[in-house]
Ligand binder design. Structure first.
Ligand SMILES: [Fe+2]
Ligand SMILES: [Fe+2]
Length: 295
């Protein structure tokens, strides 16, 4: 008798993850509608970039919250934009707080909540949705300063839309907001019981190495901060889940599994398909650890 593939068997509940649903793109809605649990007790991590308009974000999260036993959300940069056409014109921290309040109504876990503990297969795992933003420290290698790196990006025409739509209010800049967010998240991580392994969820990768394969290296400066570089080794981390890069894959750094779980834009998934499926299984982990750390 040939063995049944683990995904087909789905004998028990799973901790699943996805990101970058980008529901503002009409062709992504049918994909979101396909996101269904395989078991009544499945949890779903949504690692940011659900969409831009508050009504769209809420509609997608409500759909998922109705289907999955628990939904855990970390904000992406797109949720934090203030598009002119949105009925909600709040900026920066106020916009984030508004989204957190909407999530509370839907029963969706946010970075402001206690971290739920997955006790299903592969558990216990504390699922920690984080929100850390970026501070321009993933700068262009030839640039001596963040300012120079940003100037080079403008010269090459690779500028993230965040520069125009992601307002840092009341902080003077996104880097200052990032530093405050990192300090707060780090304090919670230090207070966490090290006996319970963590699944860290953050829209932006916690380490820079995943950005080494970006088509436009200038874009890295909008992808994270060096301040989180050692979190996966300093704390008891079973896996780190992220998105933002639209490069779905699994890599290992210092023996810790990093899962990029994005769906991405239609022009991207039409080209590459969904090589890892729409939903990634975080627990139970049914793969094998590599003999060496991947780059
Ligand atoms: Fe995205
Ligand atoms: Fe993003």
């Amino acid at each position: 008798m040939s063995p049944t593939p683990p995904d087909r068997a789905a004998p028990g509940p799973r901790l699943l993850a996805v990101s970058d649903l980008h529901v503002g793109m009409a062709d992504n809605w049918p994909l979101v509608e396909q996101l269904r649990p395989g078991h009544d007790e499945d949890w779903l991590i949504v690692a940011g970039d659900v969409g831009e308009l508050t009504a769209d974000i809420e509609k997608a999260l409500r759909l998922l919250a109705d289907r999955f036993a628990k939904v855990i959300w970390s904000p992406g940069n797109h949720e934090l934009w203030t598009p002119r056409e949105d009925s909600v014109q709040l900026k920066g921290v106020e916009r984030y707080r508004h989204l957190v309040a909407r999530c509370a109504k839907l029963g969706v876990v946010t970075p402001e909540d206690p971290w739920p503990v997955w006790t299903g297969p592969g558990g216990p795992l504390a699922v920690a949705p984080l929100f850390t933003l970026y501070d321009y420290t993933f700068r262009v290698p030839s640039a001596a300063t963040a300012e120079e790196s940003l100037r080079l990006a403008h010269e090459s025409g690779v500028v993230c839309t965040d520069e125009f739509l992601l307002h840092p209010d009341p902080y003077p800049g996104r880097a200052e907001w990032c530093r405050a967010l990192v300090a707060a998240a780090e304090e919670r991580l230090r207070a966490h019981d090290p006996a319970v392994p963590l699944v860290l969820v953050n829209h932006w990768p916690l380490v820079r190495r995943p950005t080494d394969v970006l088509m436009y290296p200038e874009f890295a400066q909008w992808c994270g901060t060096v301040l989180t570089a050692d979190w996966h080794t300093r704390f008891n981390v079973a896996a780190a889940v992220y998105g933002h890069l639209h490069i779905p894959r699994t890599t290992w750094y210092e023996g810790v599994r990093f899962e990029e779980v994005s769906i991405g834009y239609p022009r991207e998934w039409r080209r590459r398909g969904h090589p890892r499926g729409l939903l990634r299984t975080i627990a139970p982990f049914d793969g094998t650890e590599p003999a060496a750390t991947a780059g």
